[in-house]
Ligand binder design. Structure first.
Ligand code: SF4
Length: 379
């Protein structure tokens, strides 16, 4: 088939695509803890609360990682009501390791809003779902279709990739005009019957077959309809626009220690890792000298450490920042009387109740390693 024989855009044969994709899903769809067993998929809808939790966790995170967190979360907060009544610190604590903590805060706020304004029942239509914190058009479509059997489309990075290939879209998929066009194709494809199964089938196809690299076109139930496959350009699509610039930053962690106890501080209520806990950390665009770190400790905590001992460094990436973490340990002669809200002295074995961002866990692991090495007998 030559390129000129394949029309680049235009509608896909919706009925054929639905039939082929749903047949594949019945056989190959993933069994996930928030889904109904496959035999029951067409008759019962899953618990809307479970779908909302799973969708919040799945934003930016792989399914394999989400499964264990989902089970733990549902064991601790089995109902929307239990989540609505929970303390934010407990929610963040359970979310530790998943990252992107704003999702946890939004989910918690959404549960509270549903309990307060919707009588404890998650709304079933897209417009009202979109009123919930953290719920955009994609999540609203996923919840409405999967949990309530409403005909609503979904479009995230995964689905956009599949559609861009099926339609051989050569424009950058992250541009608003392309997004609008892909939404309209997703709308046209979603069937009135079994819309939730269809959307989950699209998600599974994107994750298992139409993967970002090396899509398995020969295994794909849609290869007879796929324009990118026919044109031999599956590997070149989708095209992306210019990426957001990532800013470099240096976070200097100063582990202030007296005996076995370390000082922990709570982060501000707004911004990155808000309200979580950490070892005192100075954030700056460039490296801080040890002298300036010692000055910062004196000013901020009114403490004068004996010395700052370098314990290690590592890198951590967020959506907008490439951060280099440096870790210093600073022993103190006397335990200071720093008893203010937002500060705690704790041993490293007594921090299970404190929600800590991932890089702080790494810093603490480094601290443990270095203290073990320092205790090793020398020959
Ligand atoms: Fe993706 Fe290949 Fe299937 Fe097309 S044929 S949808 S490129 S896996």
């Amino acid at each position: 088939m030559t390129r000129s024989e394949v029309a680049p855009h235009g509608e896909l044969p919706a009925r054929r695509v639905r039939r082929q994709l749903l047949a594949w899903y019945e056989e190959r769809g993933r069994a996930l803890p928030w889904r109904q067993p496959r035999r029951e998929v067409t008759t019962n809808h899953p618990d809307p609360y479970a779908i909302l939790v799973s969708e919040a966790m799945l934003q930016q995170t792989q399914v394999a990682t989400v499964v264990q967190y989902f089970r733990r979360f549902m064991a601790r907060f089995p109902t929307l009501e239990s989540l609505a009544q929970a303390d934010e610190q407990d929610v963040l604590q359970l979310w530790q390791g998943l990252g992107y903590y704003r999702r946890a805060r939004h989910l918690h706020a959404a549960a509270r809003l549903v309990a307060r304004q919707f009588g404890g029942s998650i709304p079933s239509d897209v417009k009202r779902l979109e009123q919930l914190p953290g719920v955009g058009r994609y999540t609203a479509g996923a919840v409405a279709s999967i949990a309530f059997g409403k005909r609503a489309a979904i479009l995230d990075g995964n689905v956009a990739r599949v559609l861009a290939r099926l339609l051989a879209v050569r424009e950058p998929v992250d541009e608003p005009t392309t997004q609008a066009r892909l939404w309209s194709h997703a709308d046209a494809l979603v069937p009135p019957a079994r819309p939730g199964d269809f959307n989950q089938a699209l998600m599974d196809l994107g994750a298992m077959v139409c993967t970002p690299r090396q899509p398995e076109c020969r295994e794909c139930p849609l290869h007879t309809e796929c324009r990118a496959f026919k044109l031999g350009m599956a590997n070149q699509l989708p095209v992306r626009g210019r990426r957001t610039k990532v800013q470099p930053a240096v976070h200097s962690v100063v582990a202030l220690r007296h005996g076995d106890c370390y000082l922990f501080e709570q982060r501000p209520a707004k911004g990155l890792w808000s309200n979580m806990w950490q070892l005192p950390t100075l954030e700056s665009p460039t490296e801080s000298s040890e002298a300036s770190l010692a000055d910062w400790v004196r000013e901020r905590f009114d403490l004068a450490p004996n010395a700052l001992e370098l314990r290690g460094e590592f890198r951590h990436r967020t959506t907008h920042r490439a951060i280099r973490f440096t870790l210093f340990e600073a022993p103190l002669d006397a335990r200071p009387s720093l008893v203010r809200p937002g500060f705690l002295w704790r041993t490293l074995d007594d921090i299970k109740d404190l929600p800590l961002p991932n890089p702080q866990h790494r810093a603490i692991a480094l601290l443990r390693d270095s203290s073990r090495q320092l205790r090793l007998p020398t020959d």
